[in-house]
Design a protein around this ligand. Structure first.
Ligand code: NAD
Ligand code: WQD
Length: 336
C-alpha cells in the first residue's frame, strides 16, 4: 500500500514516514523544502534501510503536484504540508491562508481526479480556541481561532467535512495534535526550527547546549498549581504511530472521523524544566517573564476516543521526550 506524505521531510512527517515503512507501507514524500531539508530523506533510509520516494514540489503548484499523481499509484494521503508558526501567521496572514488552503484544495482536487479516497489531515488543538474546560473532547465546539494559522486549521477541517458530505466515497481523519515534542531516539530526526525557537522544547534544548543563555518562562501567575502554563506534550514517535493506526481505520470506510492525539496528561513549564534536568542531567537556568500574548493557562486532551476506535495511545513519557530531544540537539547543534 502506497501512502503519499505531503510535508514528509518535516518534523512530524519524517517520523511518520519511518513508522509507515516499519509497518510495511511504501511512502512517497512531496515537500517544497520551505521548512525542511532533503538530507532528511537519507536519514530516513539510514534508520529504516528503505529510501522513500521524494519529490521536491509545492502543493500549491497544481501542475507540479499532478505529476506526482500521474507517476505514483496512491492509496491514501497524510497531509502534513503547511506553514505552522503562530506568531509569523499574524504578520503574514495572506501567505498562511494561501499556502495552507490552496495546497489542501489542490490535493483534494487531485485525489478526486485520480480516485484516491483516504486522507489524514494534521489539525491542531488550536481549533478548540480558548478552552472552557479541560480535558478537551472531540465533541467540544470548534471555535474561531485567535490567529491566522489556527484559522487555516478551522477552515480546512470545514472543507474536509463538506467534501466528505458531498462525496460518500471520501474518508477523512482530522487529527488534532496537542504539543508534539521529542525526536527519533537515533538522534537523526527531530525538530529543526529556523532562528530562535518559539516553542518550549526546542528553546530548552538550545539552552542545554549553550546556544541560548536561559529559558524565559512566560508567566507564573496562571491559575495552575505552580502558576505556569500547562500543556499536553506528546512524543513525536507516539504521534507518528497514531497516523499508522489512523490509516488502518480509514480503510474501513468510516467517512469523516476526528481524534485528539495527546497523552491526556498536562505538564507545566516548570515541571518540564525539572523533567528535562532529570532526564539529561543538564541544568536549565530560567527567568520568569510576563505572559505571552495569546497563551492560555491550561490545555490538554481526552484521548479515550483514539484508544477505543484506533487502539492507539501514547506510550512514551515526557522524560523520554526530553532525553530524545536533547540527544537530537547535541548531535545536530545547527539543525539537520
Ligand atoms: P514542519 O514545518 O516541520 O513540516 C511541514 C512541512 O511541510 C515542511 O517540511 C515544509 O517544507 C512543508 N511545506 C509547507 N508548505 C508546503 C507546500 N505548499 N508544499 C509542499 N510542502 C510544504 O511542521 P511539523 O511540526 O512537522 O507540522 C506538520 C503539520 O502538523 C503541519 O500542518 C502543522 O500545522 C501541524 N501541526 C503541528 C504541530 C506542532 O506543534 N509541530 C501541532 C499541531 C499541528
Ligand atoms: C508551551 C508552553 C508557553 C516558550 C503552539 C501553538 C499550537 C501548536 C503547538 C500547532 C506555554 C511556555 C514557551 C518559551 C515558555 N502548534 N513557553 N517559554 O503555545 O502551547 O502551542 O505549538 O498547531 O497551535 O500555539 O506551545 O511550546 O510555544 O508553549 O514559557 O520560550 O511553554 O507560554 O505555556 P503552545 P509552546
Amino acid at each position: 500500500m502506497r501512502i503519499l506524505v505531503t510535508g514528509g521531510t518535516g518534523f512530524i512527517g519524517s517520523e511518520t514516514v519511518v513508522e509507515l515503512i516499519k509497518n510495511g507501507y511504501e511512502a512517497v514524500i512531496v515537500d517544497n523544502l520551505s521548512n525542511s531539508k532533503e538530507a532528511v530523506v537519507d536519514r530516513i533510509e539510514t534508520i529504516t534501510g528503505v529510501k522513500p520516494v521524494f519529490y521536491q514540489a509545492d502543493c500549491c503548484d497544481y501542475a507540479a503536484f499532478e505529476e506526482v499523481f500521474k507517476k505514483e499509484k496512491i492509496d491514501a494521503v497524510i497531509h502534513f504540508a503547511g506553514l505552522k508558526a503562530v506568531g509569523e501567521s499574524v504578520h503574514k496572514p495572506v501567505e498562511y491562508y494561501s499556502n495552507n488552503l490552496i495546497s489542501t484544495c489542490n490535493l483534494l482536487k487531485l485525489m478526486k481526479k485520480y480516485g484516491v479516497h483516504n486522507i489524514v489531515f494534521s489539525s491542531s488543538a488550536t481549533v478548540y480556541g480558548v478552552p472552557k474546560h479541560v480535558p478537551l473532547y472531540e465533541t467540544d465546539p470548534v471555535e474561531s481561532a485567535t490567529n491566522p494559522y489556527g484559522e487555516t486549521k478551522v477552515m480546512i477541517e470545514r472543507i474536509l467535512e463538506d467534501a466528505c458530505k458531498a462525496d460518500k466515497e471520501l474518508n477523512a481523519a482530522l487529527l488534532r495534535y496537542f504539543n508534539p515534542i521529542g525526536a527519533h531516539p537515533s538522534g537523526l530526526l527531530g525538530e529543526d526550527p529556523n532562528g530562535i525557537p518559539n516553542n518550549l522544547m526546542p528553546y530548552i534544548t538550545q539552552v542545554a547546549i549553550g546556544k541560548l543563555d536561559h529559558l524565559r518562562v512566560y508567566g507564573d501567575t496562571y491559575p495552575t498549581p505552580d502558576g505556569t502554563g500547562i500543556r499536553d506534550y506528546i512524543h513525536v514517535v507516539d504521534l507518528a504511530k497514531g497516523h499508522v493506526a489512523t490509516i488502518k481505520k480509514l480503510l474501513s470506510n468510516p467517512g469523516l472521523v476526528v481524534y485528539n492525539l495527546g497523552t491526556g496528561k498536562g505538564t507545566s513549564v516548570l515541571e518540564m524544566v525539572k523533567a528535562f534536568e532529570e532526564a539529561t542531567g543538564v541544568h536549565i537556568p530560567y527567568t520568569i517573564e510576563g505572559i505571552r500574548a495569546g497563551d492560555v493557562a491550561e490545555n490538554y486532551a481526552n484521548c479515550d476516543k483514539a484508544y477505543k476506535e484506533l487502539g492507539w495511545k501514547a506510550e512514551l513519557t515526557v522524560l523520554d521526550a526530553c532525553r530524545d530531544a536533547y540527544n537530537f540537539q547535541k548531535k545536530n547543534p545547527n539543525g539537520i
